[in-house]
Design a protein around this ligand. Structure first.
Ligand code: ATP
Ligand code: MG
Length: 408
């Protein structure tokens, strides 16, 4: 018989195994803990949603919706897609669960896989994971600063260095005028813009500012800057955000070309970048989206949030998790094996425990325990059974003794 061909995972999709899975759970655990300290609780929404949800919220001018969605018609002829990002589903859930009608404030975090049909490369996968937070019902700029501080706390905890880029996109008062100015600026050079930007110019001219094309970059240099065109409220809000960050000694760079890839942002927008991971340097991104809940049919509710790409973060984690102490239990006789089964089950209620199934002599157990990095080695043979005791060596302190089973 021919040997069957080994089936590989799809391009741009990978397993999280071995060392990466240790880092992945370590990250998830502490990111969730820090978010909980800020008052966030977990939300999980479906991975598959109606395509219309992303068309409406992320926007038709975005690369995500235009080029990157895993979209298909299901067996019931519904137009569905794998979520490319987390915010749209969370907002849909917020409205569907009538939180917009109930009022009050909501702080939710999520952690899960996202799907984008992109060209895979370092830091760019087709299935990747995002940890993200969303806040509803608070328009205070203190929340903008709070969210930025939360991201900073998470990055600090893992020893990840960053540069914070900050901008204000304006609101429904000043954004339309600014877009008008941009169109006026780019129109004479229309033919020089890249094919994408020729379209973007009319769907959302601010998107041109985000273009990576060299020629477009040149034309952006002299474009009007949003920060000089903010209305009074947006200007004073932006100043207040900066003031709070200054007061908390958080450095930032004003980046007037930071418009974010998604259409629903207004006012505060930010990105955390690392200079250690090459071209795909953005590790967290977010901002305010006060119009999104309304866009999706809910009652007007302010919102703000961010998402971080977990795979990109894992490359940067400096501080490893401290290994939990391991207790090694080994038997030197059949009878001892039975007793150790009982002991293991008790110990496992509070401690990481390895129970060796094979009877071995003292030296062989020791070798195996050390190989596993055990911090406590406990062995039992005929003599120990007679005395109702167990041999215990504490590898950290270097002490060894026989103690009664009861004490153990
Ligand atoms: P980029 O400019 O890198 O394409 P984006 O604007 O598409 O980023 P967002 O939609 O803001 O990214 O997603 C937030 C974060 O999720 C990114 O900063 C990044 O860390 C991560 N991310 C986005 N796309 C991918 C991907 N294809 N693979 C891995 N991580 C990703
Ligand atoms: Mg992208």
């Amino acid at each position: 018989m021919n040997k069957e061909k080994i089936i590989q995972s799809l391009r741009g999709m990978k397993d999280i195994v071995k060392e990466e899975s240790v880092d992945f759970t370590y990250f998830s655990k502490h990111a969730a803990r820090i978010a909980a300290n800020y008052g966030f609780s977990y939300i999980e929404t479906p991975i598959l949603e109606e395509t219309a949800l992303f068309k409406r919220s992320v926007g038709e001018s975005s690369d995500i919706v235009n080029k990157e969605m895993y979209q298909f018609i299901d067996k019931g002829e519904n137009d569905v897609c794998l979520r490319p990002e987390g915010t749209a589903g969370v907002v849909r859930s917020f409205v569907q669960n009538k939180c917009d009608r109930a009022g009050g404030t909501y702080r939710w975090f999520y952690n899960g896989p996202m799907f984008r049909y992109e060209r895979p490369q370092k830091g760019r996968l087709r299935q990747f994971h995002q940890f993200g937070c969303e806040v509803f019902g608070i328009s205070s700029v203190y929340e903008d600063a709070n969210i930025i501080m939360l991201v900073k706390d998470i990055l600090d905890f893992f020893g990840i260095g960053f540069t914070l880029h900050l901008n204000s996109l304006g609101d429904e008062n000043c954004m339309p005028q600014y877009k008008e100015q941009l169109i006026n600026h780019f129109t004479p050079f229309k033919e020089e813009l890249c094919e994408d930007c020729k379209k973007r110019m009319f769907i959302n001219p601010m998107r041109v500012l985000d273009c990576k094309n060299e020629k477009c970059q040149e034309l952006i240099v002299n474009a009007p800057k949003i920060t000089y065109n903010l209305c009074e409220k947006c200007d004073s809000d932006f100043n207040k955000v900066k003031e709070i960050l200054d007061f908390n000694k958080i450095n930032y760079l004003i980046d007037t070309n930071l418009v974010r890839g998604l259409d629903y942002y207004s006012q505060t927008a930010f990105e955390f970048k690392s200079d250690e991971i090459g071209a795909q340097s953005t590790i967290a991104a977010g901002g305010r989206y006060d119009k999104l809940v309304e866009y999706l049919g809910g009652r007007a509710t302010p919102g703000i949030g961010f998402a971080m790409g977990i795979e990109r973060l894992l490359e940067l984690i400096k501080k490893d998790e401290e290994k939990e102490d391991l207790l090694y239990l080994g038997a030197m006789s059949e009878e001892a094996q039975n007793i150790l089964t009982q002991i293991a089950s008790k110990k496992r209620k509070t401690q990481k425990t390895h129970l060796e199934y094979e009877n071995k002599n003292f030296n062989k157990h020791f070798k195996l325990a050390q190989k596993q990095g055990a911090s406590i080695i406990a062995l039992m043979g005929e003599d120990e059974i007679k005395n109702n005791s167990i041999y215990v060596k504490d590898m950290k302190q270097g002490t060894e003794k026989n103690i009664s089973l009861e004490e153990f």
